[in-house]
Ligand binder design. Structure first.
Ligand SMILES: Cc1cc2nc3c(=O)[nH]c(=O)nc-3n(C[C@H](O)[C@H](O)[C@H](O)COP(=O)(O)O)c2cc1C
Length: 217
């Protein structure tokens, strides 16, 4: 599909629509189309997504993270595995993510199991990070309470001194997670709140195919 298919009238925001006939069999293909559209529309941080998790206590929490890869295997983000979200994912490896591309009037919601990205893939991604971010990953015990800003700056200085000019390895507590979708919903805003919503869900025990249903707005 070109970026403009599915729009009855290009450039007229009110007339953008999502039709069943436009939808590919696999939701990742639909996601990548919309993700490309978001990039082409010049949206800042089109890869920003809210990530919702819950721990063993059932208490939900949500925060934004950045999508770093998306393909048939799932949606990948990176973080500190000892952070609040990391601990919750240890306790309950299920999560939901949501993207909002407001100028296109589009939202994508994804739910699924979460697995750790393997060491090799996490190492490869960490190696692409700017040095300051690599030092930060060592210095910040993400989600723990700090006495003050100075404590953080001291930890950054210590980490920088430790590595000097040497290559910085990935910290053992830092790495990727992959959300493996079992439900993906595409929401296209329409006039009079008569929005288009299509939900893909796994349709078989083998988890190979997808069922697609239109939902009431
Ligand atoms: C736009 C945006 C992108 C972010 N991306 C990430 C990210 O990719 N990884 C990450 O660990 N934190 C990211 N953060 C910070 C998180 O929102 C959050 O503060 C941090 O991960 C701690 O969350 P937790 O205490 O719930 O574990 C981002 C924040 C914003 C606003």
């Amino acid at each position: 599909m070109s970026g403009n298919e599915g729009m009855a009238s290009q450039g007229s925001h009110a007339h953008r629509e999502l039709r069943r006939a436009d939808l590919p069999p696999d939701p990742i293909d639909q996601f990548l189309r919309w993700f490309d559209d978001a990039g082409a529309a010049g949206i800042a941080l089109p890869n920003a997504m809210a990530l919702a998790t819950t721990g063993a206590d059932g208490q939900p929490s949500v925060r934004h993270v950045l999508l770093r890869a998306a393909d048939r295997r799932g949606f990948v983000f990176y973080t500190n595995r000892e952070s609040r979200k990391g601990r919750q994912l240890d306790e309950n490896p299920r999560a939901a993510i949501v993207f909002l591309w407001k100028v296109l009037d589009r939202q994508v919601c994804v739910t699924g199991d979460v697995r750790r990205v393997d060491d090799e893939e996490s190492d490869a991604y960490f190696a692409t990070r700017p040095r300051e971010a690599q030092i930060g990953a060592w210095a910040s015990a993400q989600s723990s309470v700090l006495r003050d800003r100075h404590e953080l700056e001291e930890r950054v200085a210590q980490a920088a001194a430790r590595f000097l000019d040497a290559p910085i390895p990935r910290p053992p507590h830092w790495g990727g997670y992959r959300l493996i979708p079992d439900a993906v919903e595409f929401w296209q805003g329409r006039v009079f709140r008569l929005h288009d919503r299509f939900r893909y869900t796994r349709d078989d025990a083998e988890r190979t195919g997808w069922r697609v249903e239109r939902l009431s707005p």
